[in-house]
Design a protein around this ligand. Structure first.
Ligand code: TYD
Length: 217
């Protein structure tokens, strides 16, 4: 039986990393075989592309370059990691996927969303997630969290995180529009509350997907 493909999306600082880790723990406790690679990256080629993409000295990067590099990383990720895992029955939880490019490079950068979709169709061979968890957060709150984490740990923010507030507002609105367009695939979760409540909502959505599959297969 093919594994499930689940993605976590949302503006910067929504808590995808924390919620992803918590969800993986939950699934492993429930004896679900789950893989949690990080995308972009997740492959050696992808990690290199990611470094080029996020380097904050690359201020001259054209939006088209950005879109194609994310798509190139994704093409490798789908072929090397996602499809083989799904084929052997492993559930894949990816933090970010095609919707991130639609939101950031399309709605955020202003590239034609239909074009970004077409390029990503080529990259993924049309593979879409079974479930997309959209952790929704007001960008000022999310960016404040990113900055606080930066102060506590490493340096403060990659090239995309350093974008203007207006950019991040467009990204958020884009994600919400994508969710409205595909209500069967998306579950929108208010990520502003405490970690436990958000985790419970994430678990409810994922358990629903897994239970539904058991009934139909
Ligand atoms: P990511 O690696 O998910 O890190 P974070 O946990 O900080 O969100 O993404 C890094 C940045 O790249 C983030 O600002 C979102 C952006 N991004 C895009 O613009 N397009 C994409 O297709 C992806 C995957 C990420």
């Amino acid at each position: 039986m093919r594994g499930f493909f689940i993605t976590l999306e949302g503006p910067d600082g929504a808590g995808k990393g924390t919620q992803g880790r918590r969800l993986v723990e939950h699934l492993r406790r429930a004896a679900v075989d789950v893989l949690n690679p990080r995308e972009p990256g997740g492959t050696s080629i992808g990690e290199r592309i990611r470094r080029v993409l996020l380097d904050d000295t690359h201020r001259e990067m054209a939006p088209e370059t950005e879109m194609l590099l994310f798509a190139a990383s994704r093409a490798q990720f789908v072929r090397e990691v996602v499809r083989p895992a799904l084929a052997r029955g492993t559930t894949v939880l990816s933090e970010r996927y095609v919707d991130a490019s639609l939101a950031y490079q399309g709605f955020g950068r202003g590239l034609d969303v239909a074009l970004v979709r077409t390029v990503n169709d080529v990259a993924t061979g049309g593979l879409l997630p079974d479930l997309t968890l959209l952790l929704d957060i007001d960008p000022p709150v999310g960016l404040e969290r990113v900055q606080a984490a930066g102060r506590a740990g490493a340096a403060g923010g990659d090239r995309l995180e350093q974008e203007t507030l207006a950019f991040h507002q467009r990204v958020r609105a884009g994600f919400l529009q994508l969710a409205r367009e595909s209500p069967k695939r998306f579950v929108v979760i208010d990520a502003q509350g405490d970690v436990e409540r958000v985790h419970r909502e994430v678990v409810r959505a994922v358990d629903g997907l897994l239970a539904g599959r058991k009934v139909t297969s």
